[in-house]
Ligand binder design. Structure first.
Ligand SMILES: [Zn+2]
Length: 509
């Protein structure tokens, strides 16, 4: 995949520190400071937890907002087209949260703009931002007491993207399987030959916790550069107690050392390991025991299974997921990715939070999911990468079943080695025939609910976490239209500016 901007490769970002230290003066404030970063040739001034001071008060002005705000729950069917567009909008970030997101006139009335009452109050309360205020280019002037007022130049501003289905933590890569794929060997046949998932299992079992943390950090840094601020992550490359719990501990560690929030899912039954060949029942008993340990240690929020022909049957999936639900875990299911086994029907029956893939599902199964409030997590990067002719029927899900649809990368070393939700947004337009508005809803608000974070992220609304992306375009359609490059201009996570990219006229062509 072509990426935008030749960024310093992992060398600079591996530790993060180098970039962070050199660009200390470049972070934390507005345009003027960004020029410092540009002058230094810095493509990305990004480091987990970038500006180190406590996040204060930031006011983004001259923004074209898509707030996704209002009401409760994921948006379903046609309601997904309402992204809450606000022309000439303002976002106020106070500490880690959104304090205001709406039209400039309302912000003015409420005292959030220069000279306004709320800014004076915040200044008096010591809510100053990361340093001296920038002189807003749009005549905003500085807020009192060093409050950052940032003129974003009419750019599109959205919630941080949420990736609700990834296989983040693993060792190794599988480019050696590309030749087999191109020769027409089916994905499930590579798995049967001991390749595919099982090859990553061998590498992940052999890797240390530190190695897995280091690799996943690099992945998360790349996701963050592309606008993703929250990810759901699955275990499933251990298939034994020790390695599965190791993967889940790595996720917990990741939440301590870098800014992207990782939501942990236990996917022990991702494949049947060789040592349990023809003893699937015994393997699932073992995995239920691991799920209980993961739950008891607070290492997992969801349980998941690969329900597929030749992997786990519907009956086996029902048994495993029911047991996990009794343990108090939320339920997800890899359903009908390749064959129409009845995974969607099972997701509806169990009241799963999500039904994932759902490419070959029956229409009846999809309808039942919609009726049961199960969110369909669609993964068009995977069907594209596997060269499949059939993609999930997003139009049926939204137009006829009235389902809530979310989109995810499925980031994994086999069927979709790609961190960019932006590329998935392009696939959603071209392969799933989704509109730009539906796509945005599917990678923000709906994705947040799919990851169990609908009450904290996924929208620009007072009280929600200040996860914000400033795009280098004023057009929502431009993102899926101009594919294969990175359109992110800035990213804020929990109120902290964590990404600044050097963008300019070339990005807005
Ligand atoms: Zn998956």
């Amino acid at each position: 995949m072509a990426e935008g901007g030749a960024m310093p490769e992992d060398g600079a970002r591996r530790e993060g520190m180098e970039v962070a230290q050199r660009s200390e003066g470049a972070r934390g404030a507005g345009m003027e400071r960004m020029e410092v970063a540009r002058g230094a040739g810095m493509e990305v001034a990004q480091r987990p937890g970038a500006d180190r001071g406590e996040p204060g008060l930031r006011v983004l002005v001259n923004a074209r907002l898509a707030t996704l705000a209002g009401g409760d729950g994921p948006r379903r069917g046609r309601a997904m087209r309402d992204v809450g567009l606000v022309e000439d909008g303002v976002v106020v970030i106070r500490g880690e949260s959104i304090a205001f997101a709406g039209p400039r006139a309302e912000a003015e009335r409420l005292g959030w703009l220069a000279g306004g009452r709320r800014l004076r109050d915040a200044a008096a309360a010591g809510m100053a931002g990361g340093g001296a205020a920038a002189d807003g280019e749009g005549g905003e002037g500085s807020g009192p007491g060093g409050i950052d007022i940032l003129d974003v130049g009419g750019r599109l501003v959205t919630p941080g993207l949420v990736d609700p289905h990834t296989h983040l933590v693993h060792a190794g890569s599988r480019e050696d399987e590309l030749a087999q794929k191109l020769a027409g060997v089916p994905y499930l046949q590579i798995l049967r030959r001991g390749g595919g998932i099982l090859s990553t299992v061998r590498a992940t079992r052999a890797a240390s916790e530190e190695e897995l943390v280091a690799k996943a950090r690099r992945t998360l840094a790349r996701m963050l550069e592309h606008g993703t601020t929250t990810v759901e992550a699955k275990s499933g490359y251990g298939l034994d107690a020790e390695t599965e719990l190791k993967q889940l501990r790595v996720m917990r560690r990741l939440n301590e050392v870098q800014p992207v929030e990782v939501v942990p899912t236990f996917l022990g039954p991702h494949a049947v390991p060789p040592e349990y060949r023809d003893r699937t029942g015994a393997f699932l008993d073992e995995m239920v025991a691991v799920a209980a340990r993961a739950r008891a240690e607070g290492l997992a929020e969801f349980a998941d299974i690969f329900c597929e022909a030749g992997v786990f049957s519907v009956e086996e999936s029902r048994r495993f997921l029911s047991a996990c639900r009794r343990l108090g875990l939320g339920v997800k299911i890899h359903a009908d990715e390749i064959h129409p086994l009845g995974g969607a029907e099972l997701a509806a029956e169990l009241g799963a939070v999500t039904v994932d893939h759902a490419v070959a599902s029956t229409r009846d199964g999809l309808r039942r999911c919609a009726d049961a409030g199960v969110i369909a997590v669609l993964l068009p990067g995977t069907t594209w990468n596997l060269g499949h002719a059939r993609h999930a029927d997003a139009r049926f899900l939204m137009d006829e079943a009235g389902a809530a649809v979310a989109l995810a990368t499925d980031y994994n070393p086999g069927s979709c080695p790609c961190e960019s939700l932006q590329l998935v947004m392009a696939f959603a337009a071209n392969l799933l025939r989704m509109t730009p508005e539906e796509i945005l809803c599917a990678v923000t608000r709906n994705a947040a609910y799919a990851a169990g974070r609908g009450r904290t992220v996924g929208r620009l609304e007072p009280g929600w976490q200040a996860d914000v992306v400033v795009w280098d375009t004023d057009s929502l359609a431009y993102i899926p239209y101009h594919f294969g490059v990175n359109h992110v201009h800035m990213v804020f996570k929990r109120g902290r500016q964590v990404v600044i990219r050097r963008t300019g006229e070339e990005g807005r062509a």
